[in-house]
Design a protein around this ligand. Structure first.
Ligand SMILES: C[S@@+](CC[C@H](N)C(=O)[O-])C[C@H]1O[C@@H](n2cnc3c(N)ncnc32)[C@H](O)[C@@H]1O
Length: 297
């Protein structure tokens, strides 16, 4: 084995001197179990037995990069004291699915604008704090900023908003902070929003400053109890399309901390295919024709 520390030298610049891909044996069951349990302890993400192939394919690129010859050696490395620390960020980037796009769940944005904001304003709010938990590359957070500028601010000129986007994967947060997107992300945006809220250069669409300055991004692991305790005082939380990666126990922990992070009278959205059934009964369920919002009463 070539140690991971030796492998990423300035000389090879992270580019493998030779390809190991064809030599790597399939991941043995005990290695998969050890890796899965390490990932679960760190993130709450649980890889079912049928997702072994996914882990293999994600990690194999890293093996090549580090010139490590087997999954066993790699797992030994990441479980070592120094490997645990050094590989943490890479693992977060490698194992997460970051699919997202602008205006992904339109009914939720409509409820946000037409029902939740008026209710919060009627309750006396002059500043709304919104959290896009598991923001990935930031499309949801920036969508909210655009809706605020386009629809909410004209109705409530003295209302202000603070949008915080958080994610566990450092790579996606770098994109989010730049506010630069490609065609894939903007596929669901109306030409009106595209023209008004982006500048385009060589196929790169950059969110205009007026929207970007309403949003900030931070690294946050939703499974980190201590960090989660610091996330408080939010009026609306969007925690969409991430609970599906957790097992029941981690879902309960995360949702309970999201509940604590909300102000009384605040709201939570989860993904279209996700449910709080068996996870939390603390919220009041608000049924809308095309989406559900959860209220902390
Ligand atoms: C499928 S994307 C969802 C993005 C966006 N919320 C949406 O609905 O379009 C899921 C995101 O959850 C993040 N994620 C997974 N586990 C996490 C954890 N424990 N803490 C914070 N973010 C996590 C991933 O990095 C990924 O960017």
């Amino acid at each position: 084995m070539i140690s991971a520390q030796q492998a990423a030298t300035p000389q090879n610049n992270g580019v493998p001197a030779f390809s190991l891909a064809s030599k790597v044996q399939a991941m043995a069951e005990p290695t998969f179990t050890a890796l899965r349990s390490h990932i679960y302890t760190m993130t709450g993400i649980y890889f079912q037995d049928n997702k072994k192939y996914l882990l293999e394919s994600r990690i194999s690129k890293r093996l090549q990069m580090l010139q490590i010859e087997s999954y066993e050696d790699y797992v030994r490395y990441i479980l070592s004291v120094s490997g645990k620390e050094k590989e943490r960020e890479f693992l977060f980037d490698a194992i997460t699915i970051n699919e997202t796009y602008f205006f992904r769940n339109e009914p939720q944005f409509e409820i946000f604008e037409k029902t939740l904001i008026p209710e919060l304003v009627a309750a006396g709010k002059t500043k709304i704090r919104v959290w896009s938990a598991a923001s990935s590359t930031g499309e949801e957070a920036h969508t909210l900023a655009m809706i605020f500028l386009e629809k909410i601010k004209p109705k409530y000129p003295s209302l202000s908003i603070e949008i915080v986007g958080t994610d566990i994967a450092p790579g996606v947060l770098r994109t989010a902070a730049k506010g630069e997107y490609r065609q894939y992300s903007i596929r669901n945006i109306s030409p009106y929003y595209l023209k008004k809220y982006f500048t385009e250069n060589n196929g790169v669409f950059t969110v205009v400053d007026a929207a970007r300055k309403l949003v900030r991004f931070e690294h946050l692991n939703l499974f980190d109890k201590n960090r989660m305790r610091l996330m408080s005082n939010f009026d609306v939380v969007f925690c969409c399309n991430v609970l599906i990666y957790f097992d029941q126990k981690s879902k309960i922990q995360v949702v309970s901390q999201l509940y604590d992070g909300l102000n009384k009278g605040g709201f939570l959205f989860i993904g279209y295919a996700e449910s709080l059934h068996g996870i939390s009964s603390a919220f009041k369920i608000l049924n809308f024709p095309k989406a559900i919002a959860y209220k902390k009463e």
